[in-house]
Design a protein around this ligand. Structure first.
Ligand code: MV4
Length: 448
């Protein structure tokens, strides 16, 4: 089925990204927006726009009924959820389909399976993905916690099954710490997610975060689009991502790509997805799977030339992939900097009116942003205001280009994390590709 009209259930740069793919495919677009976003660029660019509620995300971009109503009154064929908001909400995906629209993404069953980190890990194990040693399912008692830790060895990590993204994790280095960590993790998980279930893994001390992008159609065809290294994070927020990972050799890359594709095939998964691994001492360990388009998808587009949103839409329309793994050619290196409206030292959000605005350009430079001069960044949403993506034939070329492009970027009127990026890319460890998941945290704290 060819879509004539797609509703974009998101805002900001990702709403523009989806709109652009639709436009190039001859598909009309419907924007939805809160009253805080009346002047937002995604509203201006779309063919139609529907106001779905007040500024608070809960009453607008998370308002399932309002979004479904907007799809109904505009006669949309399909809904693209973007990332964040309702993108990994299985109930929403189900409602979308129940109302006769196509959800541009995986099935509600796969979203649900991967949303619960215990069932995700059980599924991963069942399809041959290497996992971090740990509990088989939930930890049901303090005694169970202690006996499991004795089996796998300290340090251990307690994670919330409803968590993900680092919320509700507790490290324990001995039995005393574990007794405390177990009850604290349960209480926090109950408070944060309404689900107290936790599980346990061996705590890996210095891993990198490497994730595999995959695409799967409805006919069992699966390709992987290589890995992204997302180790540069602060408080579980990614700051800079690159592809390929400077830490992998060709054989490791080939092996994890094949393993990931086979797993996705066995799961019967469809559409775009990302398998997250920790990588330490030459070994991969599955941690989670993301069932959405990710913020950092442009670096994968940069090294493969494949338009991920276009592929998501084609797959949702029921088209076969039309190419095999051998047809996917990897070329060069890509780096993405997330630019946030935040103080670069304290990371306190800095919403407000954009004054001067000048985005960099030139060969190998891409800026995904919904900013414009005079735009007022509302205080109600995520502080990411732009992504600067550069590509080069080599990592060094990409780095030089990134430095050049960061220097050109002018965003007046608000504080941004551009200075943090300029500093980060001058660091010798970063230039050498020598970093783990804790490196940026230490740099920001002045401890490197
Ligand atoms: C881990 C880990 C060490 N060992 N699991 C944090 C976010 C969530 N997605 C998984 N996380 C981690 N899981 C084991 N067994 C360390 C982290 C972690 C982390 C992972 C990726 C990127 C940044 C991180 C920062 C702190 C901790």
């Amino acid at each position: 089925m060819q879509f004539e009209k797609v509703l974009i259930a998101n805002r900001g740069e990702i709403a523009l990204r989806i709109h652009r793919a639709c436009r190039e495919m001859g598909i009309r677009t419907v924007a939805v927006h809160s009253t805080a976003d009346n002047d937002a660029m995604h509203v201006r660019l779309a063919d139609e726009a529907v106001c779905i509620g007040p500024p608070s995300a809960k009453e607008s971009y998370l308002n399932k009924a309002a979004i479904l109503s907007a799809a109904t009154i505009t006669g949309a064929d399909a809904i693209h959820p973007g990332y964040g908001f309702l993108s990994e909400n299985a109930d929403f995906a189900e409602m979308v389909e129940d109302h006769g629209f196509t959800f541009i993404g995986p099935t509600p069953e796969h979203i649900r399976m991967m949303g619960d980190k215990i069932t995700a890990k059980q599924a991963a194990l069942s399809v041959g993905l290497p996992c971090v040693p740990g509990s088989e399912g939930a930890i049901v008692s303090e005694e169970h916690a202690l006996s499991t830790a004795a089996d796998i060895g300290y340090p251990v990590l307690i994670k919330a099954t409803a968590g993900g993204g680092g919320k509700g994790m507790k490290v324990a280095r001995n039995a005393d710490e574990l007794r405390e960590a177990w009850s604290m993790a349960r209480n926090e998980a109950q408070a944060a997610f309404g689900n107290p279930d936790v599980y346990m893994e061996k705590y890996l001390q210095k891993p990198r975060h490497i994730e595999m992008q995959i695409l799967a159609d409805n006919f069992g065809n699966v390709v992987h689009l290589g890995e992204r290294d997302c180790s540069l994070q602060r408080r579980h927020q990614k700051v800079l991502e690159e592809a390929p990972s400077p830490a992998l050799n060709a054989q490791q890359r080939e092996q994890i790509g094949r393993t990931a594709s086979q797993a996705i095939h066995k799961l019967g998964y469809r559409n775009a997805g990302t398998i997250e691994f920790l990588f330490e001492d030459g070994h991969f360990y599955f941690i989670e799977m993301n069932t959405r388009l990710q913020v950092e998808h442009p670096i994968t587009e940069g090294i493969t030339g494949i338009d991920l949103v276009r592929e998501q839409i084609r797959i949702a329309q029921g088209a076969p992939l039309g190419y095999t793994q051998d047809d996917v050619k990897f070329q060069g290196h890509a780096i993405e900097c997330r630019v946030n409206a935040e103080d670069p030292e304290t990371f306190i959000p800095s919403p407000g009116r954009i004054g001067d605005y000048h985005a960099p350009g030139g060969l190998g430079v891409r800026v995904d942003s919904a900013l414009y001069a005079g735009y007022r960044i509302p205080p109600n949403y995520d502080s990411m205001i732009a992504k600067l993506i550069v590509t080069g034939n080599t990592r060094n070329e990409a780095l030089m280009r990134l430095k050049r492009a960061l220097g050109e970027y002018v965003i007046g009127g608000v504080k941004t994390t551009l200075p943090l990026h300029l500093r980060l890319i001058q660091e010798q460890d970063f230039v050498n590709g020598d970093y783990d998941i804790h490196w940026l945290e230490k740099l920001v704290a002045g401890k490197n």
